[in-house]
Design a binder for this molecule. Structure first.
Ligand code: B1M
Length: 214
């Protein structure tokens, strides 16, 4: 099978939620030397984009999206070691989570992995994380960076609540707050007084290193 056929097989299997096939083809792709980032961008993310389109057009529904998401995670698990090469000195500590009311976690997990790959210690609070939980974890772990993800327009306001909560507690100047996720934009970031917006996981990891070095 050629590289492009293999990439297509991964994407197609993921879109129909065949996790076993995704694992088989991703393993084959890695053995054939296809870089993890190519598998991520050209097969898994591309495929999930198509799932999103079908979901939006009511061609598929939540159960199908869920199995596709599970298949995507199965593929991500296999490329994770290459995405997050470890063994480097810690560059600082960050807490990360998907904001309150939002249960999407694939993008947030990718951001975490990429940041781990840059040597940042990541405290992952999971999904549906309240401003209080972000704050308490940041204090407990002495984190310099707080990373908030959301995929829903209805929960974007929670990011503003996180910024305000740190301000209320008098800790706003001790942490940098990064925001991201499909509906988030640079102007939204500025409007809520967050420190940094990035559109994807790789850029987020680079920006995080920059912020921690400040
Ligand atoms: Co949901 N969903 N979903 N969903 N879902 C979207 C987001 C949606 C756009 C689909 C659509 O209508 N086209 C839509 C939101 C519409 C809107 O708000 N404008 C939507 C909806 C409506 C819903 C429900 C309300 C559906 C319902 O129940 N009727 C419901 C909400 C539940 C809830 O959260 N309370 C729901 C549920 C689900 C599933 C559970 C079925 C599943 C999630 C499974 C999981 O995450 N474990 C799911 C999925 C999979 C999607 C789509 C299809 C794919 C999301 C995804 O994982 N993308 C999505 C459509 C789409 O995005 N095309 C959709 C891949 C992922 C790698 O990308 O998360 O964007 P993303 O992350 C990127 C960047 O955004 C960025 O980096 C990542 C990679 O480079 N990034 C950051 C993310 N966080 C960052 C943080 C940063 C920086 C960058 O700094 C801190």
């Amino acid at each position: 099978m050629s590289q492009s056929e293999l990439i297509k097989q991964i994407s197609d299997s993921m879109q129909i939620g065949k996790a076993k096939l995704v694992k088989q083809y991703v393993t084959q792709a890695l053995e054939e030397g296809i870089p993890a980032l190519t598998i991520l961008n050209e097969a898994l993310l591309e495929g999930m984009g198509m799932v999103g389109e079908k979901f939006k057009n009511n061609e598929i529904f939540v159960p199908e999206v869920l199995v596709a998401a599970r298949a995507m995670n199965a593929g991500i698990d296999l490329i994770k070691p290459q995405l997050a090469a470890t063994g480097m000195e810690s560059k600082g500590t960050a807490v990360i989570g998907t904001v309150k009311g939002d249960l999407h976690d694939i993008g947030k997990n990718l951001v975490r992995m990429m940041m781990e790959g840059k040597g940042i210690e990541m405290i992952d609070l999971g999904v549906d994380v309240s401003p209080e939980q972000f704050y308490e974890a940041a204090v407990e772990h002495n984190a310099q960076l707080v990373c908030c993800s959301t995929l829903l327009t209805t929960t974007m306001a929670e990011m503003s609540n996180v910024v305000q909560y740190f301000t209320q507690k008098g800790k706003r100047d001790q942490v940098k707050i990064m925001v991201g996720g499909a509906p988030v934009t640079q102007s939204f970031c500025e409007s809520i007084g967050a420190d940094c917006y990035t559109p994807d996981a790789a850029t987020a990891a680079e920006a995080a290193v920059g912020l921690l070095a400040q």
